[in-house]
Design a protein around this ligand. Structure first.
Ligand SMILES: Cc1cc2nc3c(=O)[nH]c(=O)nc-3n(C[C@H](O)[C@H](O)[C@H](O)COP(=O)(O)O)c2cc1C
Length: 207
């Protein structure tokens, strides 16, 4: 699968089928994390793959207690608990997890990154040493739903060219509220931006 396709079409899955995932496929997903970048290549992230039914139920319940809507945790065929040595750079976890989400998606395995769960409970249950922070649970499972992509901010609102708040692309459509101080601020901001865009051949797409 093309990387761009995986990046664009991967979604958080919250409805899983009742079907086991072969362990070798889960290992392939964790292997993707192993190849993520780490600061000074120190590789301080640790992954606990949970496939045992009893453990899965207990962890899912701990996620539901923290956030009542989290029923999907109980449907996961497996979970990956992501832990990081507290002396390491937290950024490493994001890179490792995204690699796993994309690898799983390419294998038609659904994932959901879970941040809301009872870390103390999971620490005790899985005997995770206190030197490790427990950063995330990754739910894994086959799925048949095809969730719509949740909205994203326009690129011009989050990516700037050469200076802060200089949108790399013009906003799509109007984002101006009808009245108020925000409107005045945005009008000025957009006027500045327009003139910046005109000066920049990269930002101004050719018609
Ligand atoms: C740090 C982090 C914590 C998250 N925690 C949860 C969670 O506890 N429960 C959940 O259902 N989704 C969770 N998500 C998934 C986000 O809700 C989801 O990525 C976001 O809505 C965008 O949807 P998408 O992944 O389909 O593009 C989390 C994502 C991240 C990055």
């Amino acid at each position: 699968m093309d990387v761009s396709e995986a990046i664009l079409h991967r979604r958080s899955i919250r409805k899983f089928l009742d079907k086991q995932i072969p362990l070798e496929d889960i290992i392939k997903i964790v292997e993707a994390a192993r190849w993520a970048p780490t600061a000074v290549n120190r590789q301080k992230t640790r992954f606990i793959v949970v496939t045992d039914d009893d453990l899965l139920k207990k962890i899912a319940n701990s996620a539901k207690i923290v956030f009542y809507k989290q029923k999907h945790a109980a449907q996961a065929a497996a979970m990956i608990v992501v832990c990081l040595d507290s002396t390491a750079w937290i950024e490493e976890v994001g890179a490792a997890i995204q690699n796993m989400l994309l690898q799983a998606f390419a294998m038609q395995i659904g994932t959901c990154w879970i941040g809301a769960f009872d870390r103390d409970f999971v620490r005790t249950l899985l005997k995770i040493p206190h030197i490790y922070k427990i950063l995330a649970l990754i739910l894994l499972g086959y799925y048949s739903e095809n969730p719509k992509p949740p909205p994203r901010l326009e690129l011009g609102k989050i990516a700037y060219l050469n200076k802060w708040r200089n949108p790399i692309l013009k906003p799509e459509g109007s984002i101006l509220p009808k009245s108020g101080a925000l409107s005045i601020f945005l009008t000025k901001h957009l006027t500045d931006t327009e003139s910046q865009l005109k000066k920049s051949p990269l930002a101004e797409p050719k018609e």
